[in-house]
Design a protein around this ligand. Structure first.
Ligand SMILES: [Cu+2]
Length: 343
């Protein structure tokens, strides 16, 4: 056999090998979507988000034949859910009908038809009808995001409102407060080291429950000024000049807890550190974002080990195709091309 004919035969075989290369490459790409999916594996949140303290404002109101509400004025922290127990202590029907819009006061000169028309047009936050001796509940949440607000309630039984049966549910400026959780570790870290709170009102009281996950004692010490970044070298002097908002001692021993309670006057980023010598220098600090969006969370942990195996598998599939092709090219025998069907 001449060199030329060997060359021609080899090139023919390589052409016939092309479908096998393509098939092997397709098999190899099967692994790629899995790699992409692994990149989006959910990771545990590294940011602590404040939630409202579970404090429902509860009231008990009597509806009387005077006719009147007793008490007439209710006061709740802005943003808190409200639960009102209503009791009709009289011999007439009464209603507890709450205006849906804040700071709207109905006129006692309106006729019963005008009062009805008002509620038909504007709706109500609560509308409870009570027969003599009956009890009921009005449970509601009012939108007080625009600040202190007052919601009027009336009885819409004709001429009761006009005779003085009305009252006000007042929401005060200070919200019900927010609650956060924080942990300390023997690795000298706060976990998480980013806390966020989005209060509806200022000042806002924030309570942080700090739990010792390790055994060393720590402190949760919060700077009183926002947007100040402390360093291990300057924090002692800084705190002498600007007393911390709170410095709570986390007792040593696993599972011990302490509440760090404080009031924040306005939005900003507030740094907290551990004052135990050496701990801040080892990275024991964090930032509390109040009414400020924190930077994007850290990238998820690498899935490189898993990815490597999937890529290696894909490479192996490609390798099998290549080896088959080379063996076939030199032996001159080919299996039927994949996808070519029967001849
Ligand atoms: Cu510490």
């Amino acid at each position: 056999m001449s060199d030329r004919s060997v060359l021609r035969r080899t090139s023919t075989h390589l052409r016939r090998a092309v479908p096998w290369f393509v098939a092997a490459a397709l098999l190899a790409t099967v692994g790629l979507p899995s790699v992409a999916a692994l990149g989006t594996l959910p990771v545990a949140p590294m940011i602590g988000v404040a939630h409202p303290l579970a404090s429902t404002a509860s009231f008990s109101v009597n509806l009387t034949d005077q006719p009147a509400f007793s008490p007439q004025y209710l006061s709740a922290p802005a943003g808190s859910p409200v639960s009102i127990q209503l009791t009709n202590t009289g011999n007439l029907n009464h209603t507890f009908t709450l205006v849906a819009q804040p700071n709207v006061v109905l006129s006692p000169s309106w006729s019963p038809a005008q009062v009805d028309r008002f509620f038909q047009t504007n709706g109500s936050l609560a509308n409870v009808s009570l027969a003599p001796g009956a009890s009921g509940w009005a449970n509601l949440s009012a939108n007080t995001s625009s600040g202190p607000a007052s919601f009027e309630f009336v009885s819409v039984v004709p001429y009761q409102f006009q005779a003085g049966m009305f009252g006000f549910l007042n929401f005060t400026a200070t919200g019900p407060g927010l609650q956060l959780s924080e942990n300390t570790t023997d690795g000298l870290q706060f976990v998480p080291n980013v806390l966020t709170a989005a209060p509806a009102h200022y000042p806002v009281s924030i309570d942080v429950l700090v739990t010792n996950e390790g055994s060393f004692g720590h402190t949760f010490t919060l700077a009183s000024q926002s947007n100040v970044t402390l360093s291990p070298g300057n924090f002692t002097t800084y705190f002498q000049q600007h007393a911390p908002l709170v410095s709570a001692t986390v007792p040593s021993g696993g599972g011990s807890t302490v509440w760090a309670n404080f009031t924040i006057k306005g939005p900003g980023v507030y740094q907290y550190i551990c004052e135990i010598p050496g701990h801040f220098a080892s990275g024991m600090d964090g930032f509390l974002y109040v009414g400020v969006t924190p930077p994007a969370p850290p990238a998820p942990p690498s899935t490189a080990i898993v990815d490597t195996w999937i890529l290696a598998g894909s490479a192996a599939l490609l390798g099998v195709g290549v080896v088959l092709t080379l063996v076939a090219a030199y032996s001159g025998r080919f299996p039927r091309s994949p996808g070519s069907g029967h001849h």
